[in-house]
Design a protein around this ligand. Structure first.
Ligand code: SAM
Length: 286
């Protein structure tokens, strides 16, 4: 008996017309559509007259359901996997289904389409030659600041997904960790009625969003500009500067020592801090 195919199908991120002809044909012709939230997907199905059976496969049952789906595929049924919006597996369920299907020798085909990260990047005006998708950052400020610290000298444009509840907090953390002049783009409600794309230095963006509650509602992609090669090179902490941090640290806690040396040299204090911590790590050399 022939085994079935698995199709990973991208669906709209807002505007229900943003669906490809191949996606519609696939969703209509497969035996089962595995969807994250079947009630949500029913709206898409109704809009496009799709009557295929829906199976719920979400974060909490993906482990069990992926085995059942692989059995169906092995028995000859064809399956399409969708998520609530955009491309499945991109900050969405589906990883286990795809991995298990591939392990079982099932053909996995992509039916590409919308993805909020790529849609936002394409209208942001920020660099597109290198970009780094990081999905959702930690919900709590201290953990989120630590994560942002890792990207202080990142050359690629960072793409972050964020919930409306935390968008002000995220902007405040970018300002704190990366500096007031870091250029950020806020892409809100893409493809929907209140689509808004704002960009500029994070301090003015934070002010704007703070002053306008409408800008704190909806779905957001936050893009953070990467540092240029020139900035990157200027930001490198040389041995002498690091030695000054070491000397200052004999009298001050590390953070204060970094702040002092930062004032003397103009090198950003978070870079000094990061370099000083790195200097303390045991070397991996044998
Ligand atoms: N798989 C989806 C994709 O391909 O983009 C992402 C799913 S993730 C659970 C949902 C997040 O994507 C939202 O919290 C928001 O950050 C972003 N997002 C989804 N739709 C969006 C839209 N229309 N405008 C802006 N951001 C959106």
């Amino acid at each position: 008996m022939n085994i079935g195919n698995l199709y990973i199908v991208a669906t709209p991120i807002g505007n229900l017309s943003d669906i490809t002809l191949r996606a519609l044909e696939t969703l209509k012709s497969v035996d089962i559509v595995a969807a994250e939230d079947t009630r949500h997907s029913r709206k898409l199905f109704n809009a496009h007259n799709i009557e295929t059976a829906l199976w719920a496969v979400h974060e909490h049952n993906e482990d069990a359901k992926s085995n059942a789906l692989v059995e169906k595929l092995l028995s000859g049924k064809s399956v399409a996997l969708i998520s609530d919006a955009g491309t499945p597996l991109i900050s969405d369920p589906g990883y286990r289904v795809v991995t298990r299907a591939r392990e079982a020798g099932i053909q996995v085909y992509t039916i590409p389409g919308p993805c909020a990260a790529i849609a936002a990047l394409s209208v942001s005006g920020l660099g597109t030659d290198r970009f780094l998708f990081v999905g959702f950052l930690a919900p709590k400020t201290s953990a989120r600041q630590k994560q942002l610290q890792e990207f202080v000298d990142e050359r690629a444009t960072l793409i972050v997904y964020e919930s409306p509840r935390r968008v002000l907090g995220l902007l405040a953390d970018i300002l704190e960790v990366m500096g007031a002049d870091k250029v950020v783009c806020l892409a809100k409600e893409l493809t929907k009625t209140y689509e808004t794309v704002l960009s500029g230095p994070v301090d003015s963006l934070l002010e704007q969003v703070h002053a306008n509650p409408d800008l704190q509602r909806g779905e957001f992609v936050v893009l953070i500009s990467g540092v240029s090669k020139k900035q990157h090179d200027e930001q490198l902490v040389d041995g002498k500067t690091l030695a000054w941090v070491g000397m200052a640290q004999q009298h001050l806690p590390l953070k204060k020592a970094c702040a002092l040396v930062s004032e003397m040299t103009g090198v950003k204090k978070n870079l000094l801090y990061k370099a000083a911590l790195k200097g303390k790590e045991p070397s991996g050399d044998s």
